[in-house]
Design a protein around this ligand. Structure first.
Ligand code: UT7
Length: 339
């Protein structure tokens, strides 16, 4: 009863790039990458694929699993940092068109790797007030398209893919929220904005012409800037704190968790979080050996894999928790599949 995840889906591109493949053109090795990150390979969007096509395929699979028709969807939220167009039209609108969800409003949400949990919370509010409608929440990324493939300290970390869930509500408007077992924390630390950033954008003053309007200028070549050590420390500290705070808020302890779906950026981050939470690593869903860091797609891909493997079952207490550029962080505690 109440607000529930009705179905999950995910999509990983067919093309796979291994560490050995990268090592052919970069001064790195499979041994270094795996021992420092836990990553062996990543999926890479191929020709004809983009964030919107991967998002739409993950969404189709989630709607199939939920038994939901396109016309039942009232809202599509796509969490992404790698939209098809920058900044408009939104990827969510393109997905809406691809899926034929003619009754849905659509928008993108940018909270980097924490984006899926942020998006889920927006959609939770939507179905709470419009229980007759369903929402599609999607995390989708084509990060391999924005990397500097000559920078060995960052390009090895990321991969492409998409994950989606369909959210529904069978209660009267506003009722479900009072019955829910779920609790969410959304947070940010803008003082760390420079820890992970991408150059380009609109912040720089352009030269002005004699009429006092900005003269057209070529956009600068975007680069990914990653302060790895600072991000690592923030991630370990924040993921474990958010997960513990969520448990405390609900009057429970981390030991009662059946599974943790933490954003997967580096296997060593997850190991450190498990140690801090005094939980066995086996409670954490791990797939980054073959997916690498898929940013906003990482948590929904993991949810879908766990559901399809029979490892995420109704009644299980779980935490989804992410962190990312911004800096952002977000976590939700719920008893699957209720939100
Ligand atoms: O979604 C959020 C996104 N980002 C993250 O979560 C990143 C979090 N941070 C990390 O995952 C790690 O800090 C990295 C994987 C980025 C780096 O690992 P590290 O253990 O902190 O390595 P390091 O930066 O301390 O580098 C150690 C050495 C350096 O060489 P020197 O200066 O000691 O000679 C690097 O140049 O390793 C070198 N190095 C590499 N060597 C081979 C850095 N990248 C590579 C590489 N292959 N790919």
């Amino acid at each position: 009863m109440g607000i529930r995840i009705l179905g999950t889906g995910s999509y990983l591109p067919e093309k796979v790039v291994t560490n050995d493949d990268i090592a052919k053109s970069l001064d790195t090795t499979d041994e270094w990458i795996f021992s420092h990150t836990g990553i062996h390979s990543r999926h890479v969007a191929g020709e004809g694929e983009s964030t919107s096509t991967m998002a739409a395929e993950a969404a189709r699979r989630a709607m199939d699993a939920a038994g939901t028709k396109p016309e039942e969807i009232g809202l599509i939220v796509v969490a992404t940092s790698t939209p098809d167009y920058n900044p408009f039209p939104s990827t969510a609108c393109i997905v809406q068109g691809l899926l034929g969800c003619d009754n849905a409003g659509a928008f993108d949400l940018q909270a980097a790797c924490a984006g899926f949990v942020y998006a889920l919370e927006q959609a939770r509010g939507f179905v709470n007030f419009y229980p007759e409608k369903k929402a599609l929440v999607i995390g989708a990324e084509s990060l391999t398209r924005i990397l500097d493939w000559t920078d060995r300290s960052s390009c090895i970390l990321f991969g492409d893919g998409a994950g989606a869930v369909v959210l529904g509500n069978d209660e009267a408007p506003g009722v479900a929220s009072s019955k829910t077992t779920a609790h969410t924390i959304l947070g940010a630390d803008g003082k760390g904005a420079h820890f992970i950033s991408r150059t380009g954008g609109c912040r720089n003053a352009l030269p002005f012409n004699e009429m006092g309007i900005p003269a057209k200028s070529e956009p600068e070549k975007p680069e990914l800037v990653l302060m790895g050590h600072d991000v690592f420390a923030f991630a370990v500290r924040t993921l474990s704190k958010v997960a513990r705070d969520l448990c405390e808020k609900l009057g429970t302890t981390p030991e009662t968790l059946d599974r943790v779906f933490a954003h997967q950026a580096n296997g060593r981050i997850i190991e450190a979080v498990a140690r801090r939470m005094k939980l066995p690593l086996s409670k954490f869903w791990l797939n980054l050996e073959t997916t690498a860091n898929t940013s906003a797609a990482s948590i929904p891909i993991s949810l879908d894999q766990a559901v399809r493997a029979g490892e995420l079952k109704p009644g299980m207490n779980i935490v989804m928790v992410g962190f990312g550029a911004g800096l952002t962080y977000a976590g939700t505690y719920c008893t699957w599949p209720n939100l």
